[in-house]
Ligand binder design. Structure first.
Ligand SMILES: *[C@@H]1O[C@H](CO)[C@@H](O)[C@H](O)[C@H]1NC(C)=O
Ligand SMILES: *[C@@H]1O[C@H](CO)[C@@H](O)[C@H](O)[C@H]1NC(C)=O
Ligand SMILES: *[C@@H]1O[C@H](CO)[C@@H](O)[C@H](O)[C@H]1NC(C)=O
Ligand SMILES: *[C@@H]1O[C@H](CO)[C@@H](O)[C@H](O)[C@H]1NC(C)=O
Length: 574
């Protein structure tokens, strides 16, 4: 394999980062000690507010600081006698207003917003009572709308009064143990846990010991009532993957075609003023003009530009890409080997934990036994679609390739149990099959992907196929070639025989595409815009063979002569 390089941050970069962290920490510590000194000296002023707000911005869990802020607010109000809430008695009355307005009409959202404002002025003691009030109303009067407003309100109160997420979690424990059939409590839990027990390596996820306990807790819930959806939903979240950090995942440079391609983990817009994508060649910034494959102004996972090869041939220039967006910045390096026609470096789907996670022994053991339990439950409750879906997700977490066949059988069971959602399950199934085949392709280290005869109903993860040159999509149930296909900048040969394709929108601006086979599909000429269904193909400069046999278009009179006008350099078989 040529040019495939694992990119690692250099020691130098790590050193720079370490120094930055140290500087930030130092600043933070200085801030904190200033705050404590000011408090001792009774300096409850504007500066105190600013300092505490800076620290709380970094670390909102420092409860003492929220208290100091309250003191400052009260002090400032004492100075400004016009403000009503400065006096303790009046504060108490405000509180009553808050509670009574909720009681009076719990559904009026505007009241809640107003209360937010007043709560903001009152500070912590009021907030705590309001929390209790919320707790009481949750247990006393069960209206769905009330509930949701109250919950939202509660979340706001929590933010304001700095009730620790730990206490909130205990509250969800209480709700769930009273009645686990509560989607919102579980959902709230999924928001709290990553705050309290963050997994440092996997963004948005929780540490493994906590995760394993959660599995047990939620399993008790769905064994008690397998038909309750809320616990299954939560289980699905537990089995989920980490959020992907935004980064450059792939770089590709073609010497002979003079093309540069940059792939991102998420859609970005490098044309926005607030962002920048800079190319350095041999350490020098080099001006380039970026375009997404659709040549639009919008977000895309893939950006391309012309690679000027003049003056680059000698030696092995190093290319670095440097990006800055609103929040962060990152870079990636790629070495061009002289004498090669193309070169690339990228994160692989196998080592990125993208479609597959490395499991610890403990986690494997727990998931295995969960799988066994779910299978037993499924035998007792053969129609329970949540149980079947969870079995599939467990198998995917354990080993997507080893369980592939079994997973597909469970999909058949799933569709039989809930025929109303067949379309959704088919797309989910397609997604899993594509993920598995990307894994297989990566393990085989090839740039060819065979997705034929897989009953695919939709395409996804095409951004992972940036380097693929040959793709076989024959004998599936695809209805279109989506716009995202234009991310496959290296695609040369595409087979889509025996599908239901009516539009080829995605075959647009593909610089290397030479051969397309679309036999036995639904390609048709629309009467208004005659050959426009095939128009995107005219933007693929290298296209030389197009097979349209077995499409309705073949029956149109004089179609040949029109197609020749549209695609003059293409041999069209029909
Ligand atoms: C629950 O709320 C409704 C209207 O929101 C009210 O009529 C009813 O009396 C309340 N019930 C209790 C037990 O508070
Ligand atoms: C729990 O809540 C659900 C719906 O909210 C309800 O159907 C069920 O009866 C409740 N169970 C108990 C034990 O209160
Ligand atoms: C969740 O629990 C609260 C309090 O027990 C209850 O008011 C609410 O109806 C529950 N929600 C659902 C969807 O069962
Ligand atoms: C693509 O898949 C179809 C259907 O399985 C098969 O007939 C065809 O030979 C495949 N193409 C290549 C190049 O292997």
């Amino acid at each position: 394999q040529h040019g495939r390089i694992k990119v690692k941050t250099t020691e130098e970069q790590q050193e720079v980062k370490r120094k930055e962290r140290e500087k930030k920490l130092q600043l933070y510590l200085t801030c904190i000690s200033t705050v404590f000194k000011k408090r001792q000296n009774g300096e409850l002023d504007q500066e105190m507010l600013e300092l505490t707000s800076q620290i709380l911005g970094v670390n909102p869990d420092v409860a003492t600081l929220w208290n100091y802020r309250r003191e400052v607010f009260l002090e400032l109000r004492k100075e400004n006698k016009n403000s009503p809430s400065g006096h303790p008695v009046i504060r108490g009355r405000f509180l009553q207003t808050v509670s009574s307005s909720i009681e009076f009409n719990p559904r009026t959202y505007s009241r809640f917003s107003q209360n937010r404002f007043q709560l903001h002025k009152i500070g912590k003691p009021g907030a705590v009572t309001a929390l209790n009030y919320c707790a009481i109303s949750l247990f006393a009067n069960f209206s769905f709308v009330t509930f949701f407003h109250c919950w939202d309100y509660r979340r706001f109160v929590v933010q304001r009064s700095a009730v620790l997420p730990v206490e909130e979690l205990a509250y969800t424990n209480k709700l769930i143990s009273t009645n686990f059939s509560n989607y919102s409590s579980w959902h709230y839990r999924s928001k709290l846990l990553p705050l309290i027990h963050p997994d440092m390596e996997r963004k948005g996820r929780v540490t493994e010991d906590v995760l394993l306990k959660e599995y047990e807790m939620v399993q008790n819930a769905f064994f008690t009532d397998p038909n309750d959806q809320s616990a299954w939903f939560y289980y699905r979240w537990l089995l989920g993957r980490a959020e992907q950090e935004e980064s450059i995942t792939c770089l590709y440079a073609s010497w002979d075609m003079g093309q540069l391609v940059v792939g991102f983990s998420r859609p970005v817009n490098v044309l926005l003023e607030s962002s920048e994508l800079v190319l350095f060649v041999d350490g020098r910034p080099t001006p380039v003009k970026w375009q997404n494959p659709r040549k639009t102004q919008s977000y895309s996972c893939v950006w391309v530009s012309v690679l000027r090869t003049v003056g680059l041939q000698s030696g092995a220039p190093i290319m670095t890409f440097f990006c800055v967006w609103g929040g962060g910045q990152y870079n990636k390096e790629c070495i061009l080997y002289p004498g090669r026609t193309e070169t690339w470096c990228r994160d692989s789907a196998t080592d990125e934990q993208l479609f597959r996670c490395e499991l610890s022994v403990e986690k494997t053991t727990v998931l295995q036994s969960e799988l066994e339990l779910c299978k037993q439950l499924q035998e007792i409750e053969p129609q329970n679609k949540w149980c079947i879906l969870t079995i599939i997700l467990l198998m995917r977490s354990l080993d997507p390739l080893a369980y592939e066949k079994e997973t597909l059988l469970y999909f058949d069971t799933l569709k039989a149990a809930d025929p109303m959602r067949t379309a959704y399950f088919n797309d989910l199934r397609s997604k899993f099959i594509i993920e598995n085949n990307i894994l297989k392709m990566e393990y085989a280290e090839v740039r060819v992907i065979d997705l034929s005869k897989k009953d695919l109903t939709s395409l996804c993860h095409l951004d992972q196929l940036l380097l693929v040159t040959h793709m076989n999509l024959s004998a599936n149930q695809l209805k279109s070639l989506p716009v995202s296909l234009s991310m496959m900048q290296c695609l040369e040969v595409l087979e889509v025989d025996d599908n239901e394709v009516a539009s080829v929108e995605g075959l647009y601006n593909l610089p290397r595409l030479e051969e397309v086979s679309l036999r036995n599909n639904r390609i048709l000429l629309l009467s208004i815009c005659r050959p426009s269904d095939l128009c995107p193909l005219a933007t693929c400069p290298k296209l030389s063979i197009l097979n349209l046999q077995g499409n309705p278009i073949c029956d149109v009179i004089d179609v040949q002569s029109e197609l020749v006008l549209l695609l003059p350099n293409v041999e069209i078989i029909m």
